[in-house]
Ligand binder design. Structure first.
Ligand code: F0G
Length: 352
């Protein structure tokens, strides 16, 4: 029977999962790496987009969750808990179901994109909305996991980063080398160090002769890594990265330093423009947070801040359908209604 192997089956030798351990998988990973001709021209280089919204629950979290939930089940957990701005909760719920565990998710009240909330509900998670932001939710989730028999599956769980590093493996496997530069959004700061680990491990194994410069991008209103201190009341339309006190800040700083990279911030306006650019010029529809890396690249191209001729990869982390309210904000969305005749349609679209 043909199966679509998930990241544990494909990269087991690089992951902390023993042979014979029951794997909770939905066929995650193997996401498209798409050439970006319009972005490439703007940057006078070669840009590729890693489309992580193509994962089973629509975000990169699935790579980490297959490992974290597989290990939680192997260690005898009966329930998993996470704090989330939405994607982690969707992924945790789906993978918990696969492993027969109970998913419990803590969400910052009113600050979750509707698509993500729908996922948690329909996968059957036990949802608690907390009157507080993500950072507060994570503090509560950690205490819950310390004091009750529930396994924490936020990215402070080391198995999450192990799974997420496989995106870097896939990039090198596809391009035959690591890029000169890798750009991605950053929020709670797990994913960026996970990529860095992936690139480094492949370099050590001789699968690439270079490691990329890492750019990690925040929203201006939620930019603790750029500012160098926590932000008490983070605010951005990119709710996925509305985070003021990233749990893995130290790992991210180390990755930035070792790679000679940067932390950058972009405005909500730049994020929305990048989202529309990606969809309307490259055909890739991503959620707002996911467009922040592209927003930073567009701004850098404008400033002439990227050397020409580079091989650049940019990760877009989540699917655009998760947050259609934000995507449609400020856009005229009621096309004309016409009679069912070609002539009426032709006249409506300016052909006649
Ligand atoms: N992009 C998206 C779409 C996300 O959902 C997140 C994080 C990030 C980027 C940032 O990744 O936290 O590893 O630096 N979302 C978490 C969540 C916080 O709860 O879904 P990070």
């Amino acid at each position: 029977r043909a199966a679509h192997p998930g990241i544990i089956d494909r990269y087991r030798e690089w992951l902390p999962v023993e042979d014979g351990e029951h794997v909770a998988s939905l066929g995650e990973g193997s996401t498209p790496l798409v050439p970006a001709p319009v972005l490439s021209k703007k940057l006078r280089g070669e840009v590729w987009i890693k489309v992580e919204g193509a994962n089973p629950t629509g975000s990169f979290k699935d790579r980490g969750m297959t490992v974290a939930v597989t290990k939680a089940a192997a260690e005898g957990a009966e329930a998993v808990v996470c704090a989330s701005t939405g994607n982690t909760s969707a992924s945790a719920a789906a993978y918990a179901v696969r492993a027969g565990l109970k998913p419990i998710v803590l969400l910052p009240s009113g600050k979750i994109a509707k698509g993500k909330l729908a996922q948690a509900i329909v996968y059957g998670a036990q949802i608690v909305q907390v009157d507080g932001n993500f950072d507060q939710c994570l503090t509560v989730a950690r205490k819950l996991a310390e004091n009750y028999p529930v396994a924490l599956v936020n990215s402070v769980n080391p198995h999450r980063l192990e799974g997420q590093k496989t995106a870097a493996f896939e990039i090198v496997d596809a391009l035959g080398t690591a890029p000169d530069m890798h750009v991605m959004p950053i929020g709670n700061a797990g994913n960026m160090p996970a990529y860095w680990r992936g690139f480094c491990q492949y370099a050590e194994a001789g699968r690439t002769d270079r490691r990329p410069v890492m750019w990690a991008v925040q929203a201006e209103g939620a930019a603790p890594l750029v500012l160098g201190h926590p932000v008490l009341e983070p605010e951005t339309i990119a709710t996925a990265i509305r985070i003021g006190n990233p749990a893995s800040a130290d790992l991210a700083k180390q990755a930035r330093e070792e790679s000679g990279g940067r932390f950058l911030a972009v405005s909500d306006q730049q994020i929305l423009e990048a989202q529309r650019f990606l969809a309307s010029k490259e055909g890739v529809f991503v959620e707002p947070a996911s467009a922040s890396g592209v927003a930073a690249l567009l701004a850098a191209a404008e400033r002439g801040d990227v050397e020409p001729g580079q091989l650049i990869t940019v990760t877009v982390t989540g699917n655009g359908l998760k947050d259609i309210d934000t995507a449609l904000s400020g856009i005229e969305t009621s096309p004309d209604v016409v009679t069912p005749e070609a002539s009426a349609v032709a006249s409506a679209i300016g052909l006649a």
